[in-house]
Each structure stands twice: as structure tokens, then as C-alpha cells.
Design a protein around this ligand. Structure first.
Ligand SMILES: Nc1ncnc2c1ncn2[C@@H]1O[C@H](COP(=O)(O)OP(=O)(O)OP(=O)(O)O)[C@@H](O)[C@H]1O
Length: 377
């Protein structure tokens, strides 16, 4: 443990990142920081080298005292300026990783660098550049939003008390809480509390924001507000690293993502790259499923014969067309959607719906891990 334990109820929000989260893990750590693993091959995300990464981890592992290997040999590279989604089902090691990034717990093996500086060794120098929101913010319920922020700021030794009032006002403005600044925190909705936690992380200019499940427990409106806030922070050049178990959230807000499963990194890259290995599907909705199936099989055979796989193309084409209820689908690779649609109509198929569906991140996860996304360890 290298962080300073937070006092009061603010244990979740780590503004300026020198206050420690005092979650259940904090007391039971076996911090053996410093047993650095040999540097592993770079797995650059989105073409960025790891030297200029905002966050880089090398063989990062954490085994809890009970023997659980929560994080296993993690090599992360978060490019500066990215909105980086750290994705994985519950229990896959996201929070444990974030705690190690913020020097709240030590790794069992491997190492962390933030902006090229070693953590925890350079924590005092680097962490003031990092704002964090970990495990849901807790606030003093009987203080107003503004008073809560003033308390957080007073606990931050790097913060200038002379500019406190102005910075508190700006942070509240930034998260859209100016009008509620004089309301007691206990009267805040969950979304407002989450925004207040973000405001605490924004009391100083930050180069990096680390957010652990920032939309957890929020209603759809609250989620939208947090997402648009994240986008506006990123537009200002802040690198944002956020964990989530919500795939569509990552797709909506992130430029890059890493996928975790059972403590291990499954893949990382741009969001576009993650789905790139998967093929789009052409989906026809029709009551004439048999006729549509015949047309798609013929189209696939023709496309396949026209390509370089002429020898084996025809054989499996029928099997590649799937019929589920009133939906008939096939691999869209190499097909001209307008020509396929014309062929369907020409054959008398009543086309009620026609789409080329891009694979989702969930499809990518299932393809990569062989398991559904809702797995819990
Ligand atoms: N303090 C601890 N002591 C022992 N085991 C722990 C501790 N904290 C977490 N674990 C275990 O480590 C594994 C990873 O947990 P972690 O909280 O990092 O996952 P997560 O992906 O953040 O999941 P969630 O979204 O549910 O928080 C889980 O199996 C969890 O039970």
C-alpha cells in the first residue's frame, strides 16, 4: 500500500489520486511491489508505442492472499488521448487492475507505468496529473455539493487553497451541478452523486482520468449524462480509462478497448479493430423464408465461384444460410447488398427487412473467449 488512507466518507473518490480506496481489499493486501517481471513484448494499442503510452503495464499480476489470481500477466497500452474501455464481466479483474494503476495496492508481479514513469515509485510526481473515481463515490451527506468538493480539495496537499472556491465552482459547472451546488449531497440522485464524484476528480486539470464503472447503478438518463461528460473531457485532450461490464457503453463512448476474461487480457486495440476479425452478416426479414434461402444460397455460390475459392465454394454455401423464424441470414463478405436485394425481389421474395449487420463487441467477446459475456467467476 502506498496511498494515504482516506478519512471520512469520501473513500470512493480518489481525487488527485493520493487518497486510498478503503474497499474490502485494502486491508488484506499482500503488496509485493517491486518484483518487476521482465519486460514483455509490446502489444501496442492502436499503433501507439508503449513508450509514450498514458498507461502501460508489463506482466502485471495480482494474487490475493486467499490464493485467487485476480490479474494474470497483463500487458496494457493506453495511447494518450484515447477513451479506453476496460471491459470484462464481473470478477474479471478490472477493479484490481485499477487499484494497482493508482498505487492503492501493489502487484504480486509485473509493473505499471503512467506517462512513462514507474508506479508506485513516481506516484507523488505523477498521480497529481491523474483524477480517479473508484468504486462509486461516497460523500458527506449533510454537506452541500460545493462543501463536499471543498473538503476533498483541502485533503489534497498539492491543491492551492487560494484558488479553491474558483476551482470548486468550475468543477461543478463542468459536471452540470452548478444549480445544485447548495443542495445537501443526501438529496442528490445517484447520477448527481456520480457527477459530484467526477467533479472531485476534476478539481485540478488532469491528463488522465481513471473511472471504475462510472455509470454503474445509473438510469439511462444518468448514463447518457456521464457518457456525454466523458466525451467532452476527451475532446479537451484528457485521456480517459474507464472500466465497464457494459459492451454497448464501450461501443458508444470509447475509441479503444481491452477485453478481460478471468484475470487475463483477451485482446486490446481500437474498437473498430476488435470487431474487424468478425464478418458482417446480411439479414433478410421475410415471410418467404424458403425462397429467400434459395436465393441467398445461389448468390453465395456465385460470389464464391467468382472469387479465388472457386473449387470449394459451392459445397457449403447452403449450410452458410441460416433461417431463424422470419430471419434469413448469411455472411455478407464479398456480397453486393443492392444486387442481393434485387435478386430477392426478382425471385418474388417479400422483403420486409434487409440489413447488413456489423458484429458487435459482444460478438467479438464471444468469438474470442468462447463464452457468453454474462459469466461471473
Ligand atoms: N480483496 C480481495 N481478496 C481476495 N479476492 C479478491 C479481493 N478483491 C477481489 N478479489 C477477487 O479477485 C477477482 C477479481 O475481482 P475484481 O473486483 O478485480 O473484478 P472486477 O472485474 O472489477 O469485477 P466487478 O465488476 O464485479 O468489480 C474476483 O474473483 C474477486 O472475487
Amino acid at each position: 500500500m502506498t496511498g494515504t488512507a482516506a478519512t471520512g466518507p469520501a473513500q470512493g473518490a480518489v481525487a488527485g489520486a493520493r487518497a486510498a480506496v478503503t474497499g474490502p481489499a485494502a486491508a488484506a493486501e499482500t503488496a509485493t511491489a517491486g518484483t518487476a517481471a521482465p519486460e514483455t513484448a509490446a502489444t501496442g494499442a492502436g499503433g501507439s508505442s508503449r513508450g509514450d503510452a498514458a498507461i502501460a503495464t508489463y506482466g502485471l499480476s495480482k494474487r490475493y492472499r486467499g490464493g485467487q489470481l485476480a490479474v494474470d500477466g497483463l500487458d496494457l497500452a493506453v495511447p494518450p488521448g484515447a477513451v479506453f474501455g476496460f471491459l470484462g464481466p464481473n470478477g474479471s479483474g478490472k477493479t484490481t487492475t485499477i487499484r494497482m494503476l493508482m498505487a492503492l495496492i501493489g502487484p504480486s508481479a509485473g509493473r505499471v507505468e503512467l506517462f512513462g514513469e514507474p508506479i508506485p515509485r513516481a506516484a507523488n510526481r505523477v498521480l497529481p496529473r491523474v483524477g480517479a473515481l473508484i468504486e462509486g463515490p461516497a460523500h458527506y451527506p449533510y454537506l452541500t455539493g460545493a462543501q463536499n468538493l471543498a473538503r476533498y480539495d483541502a485533503a489534497d496537499r498539492s491543491a492551492d487553497p487560494r484558488t479553491r472556491t474558483a476551482r470548486v465552482g468550475e468543477a461543478l459547472e463542468r459536471v452540470g451541478l452548478s444549480n445544485a451546488s447548495r443542495k445537501k449531497a443526501k438529496a442528490y440522485s445517484l447520477g448527481m452523486k456520480q457527477r459530484l464524484g467526477l467533479a472531485a476528480a476534476l478539481l485540478q486539470p488532469r491528463d488522465l482520468l481513471v473511472l471504475d464503472e462510472p455509470t454503474n447503478g445509473l438510469d439511462p438518463q444518468g448514463m447518457r449524462e456521464i457518457r456525454s461528460l466523458i466525451k467532452s473531457l476527451a475532446a479537451d485532450g484528457t485521456t480517459v480509462f474507464l472500466s465497464s461490464h457494459l459492451l454497448d457503453e464501450i461501443e458508444q463512448v470509447c475509441t479503444h478497448a481491452a477485453v478481460m476474461s478471468r484475470g487475463r487480457l483477451v485482446t486490446q486495440g481500437t474498437v473498430a479493430q476488435l470487431g474487424a476479425g468478425l464478418r458482417a452478416r446480411l439479414v433478410v426479414t421475410t415471410p418467404d423464408t424458403a425462397a429467400a434461402e434459395t436465393v441467398l444460397s445461389t448468390v453465395l455460390k456465385t460470389a464464391s465461384a467468382g472469387g479465388d475459392g472457386a473449387g470449394d465454394g459451392g459445397e457449403g454455401a447452403g449450410a452458410q444460410v441460416q433461417v431463424e423464424g422470419d430471419r434469413v441470414s448469411c455472411d455478407a463478405d464479398g456480397l453486393e447488398p443492392d444486387a442481393v436485394c434485387a435478386a430477392l425481389v426478382g425471385a418474388g421474395v417479400r422483403v420486409f427487412g434487409f440489413a447488413v449487420q456489423r458484429p458487435s463487441l459482444e460478438d467479438a467477446f464471444v468469438a474470442l473467449t468462447g463464452e457468453g459475456f454474462d459469466v461471473a467467476q
